[in-house]
Ligand binder design. Sequence first.
Ligand code: SF4
Length: 303
Amino acid sequence: MCFLFDSFEGWKTYSQTHNQQLHEVVLDYEKEQKGASESDIWSGLAKAYQVMKDAVHTGTTEEMKSRSGMIDNGAKKVANSDITVLSPEFKLLISSALGAKEVNSCMGRVVAAPTAGASGILPGVFTTLQSIHHLEDQTIYEALLIGAGVALILEQKASLAGAVGGCQAETGSAAAMASAGIVYCLGGSTDQIFNAAGITIQCMLGLVCDPVAGLVEVPCVVRNASAAAIANSSAQIALSHVSSVIPVDECAEAMGEVGQSMESRYKETAQGGLAATKTGQALAKKILIQDIEILPSQDAEED
Ligand code: SF4
């Protein structure tokens, strides 16, 4: 029987005793749970990564204005900005993560990784990493499997849904998946991979889910960019042999405990945080009126 992804420590022990790499343990899980062949899994990963690459391209090159107007070509503005805050690579990371998520907010095609709300993080991180380090696609597919393993454990110990555990569960989990994947791609050890995930959770812990007007746009899009940046900073720290001190399993349990104690207004109900601000409330009212105005009238329907 395959490993059931109930803890990071268990994943490490299983991979050592079965002489498998971390991603191979996930591959076996996918084969057994889905009844899929190995080649089906690799081709599924290839398709998923292609959708991610397409989302980054679309989001950074095409018109990205959401119906509410809250999303207005942010990724292109960053990509074409005259000002480079840190480096061209950092700018690429930020615009790519924003772009892929803007595609989701504009009803385009994305990979929910782990959710649609967090769909810009893995694409932004992996396409940028690949362009800098000239990685093979196969290495990225293996990193995606590592990310899937991280998500499986976080789902058990905490949650992957903003409505259950706040935004830490969505963008936080995606960032942990991405940082573990980065460390894998750059040759890090199992401990470094898990330290990166643990450090990322520490950085994202407590983040509430407060979408303005109940739409997955503000602050969701910009949080995808910041989560991509945190995934990279955590990977850099872990690859430099810095420990997360608190083991990743305990970080995940803390995420679960924090999520459980969060008030419901911080769990996708659009009743707290940014959604409850004066401007957030005004936007919600304006968007509701727009929606009512474009609904066909009763008379028109009867005609
Ligand atoms: S704020 Fe809520 S809806 Fe938006 S990305 Fe975070 S968890 Fe998802």
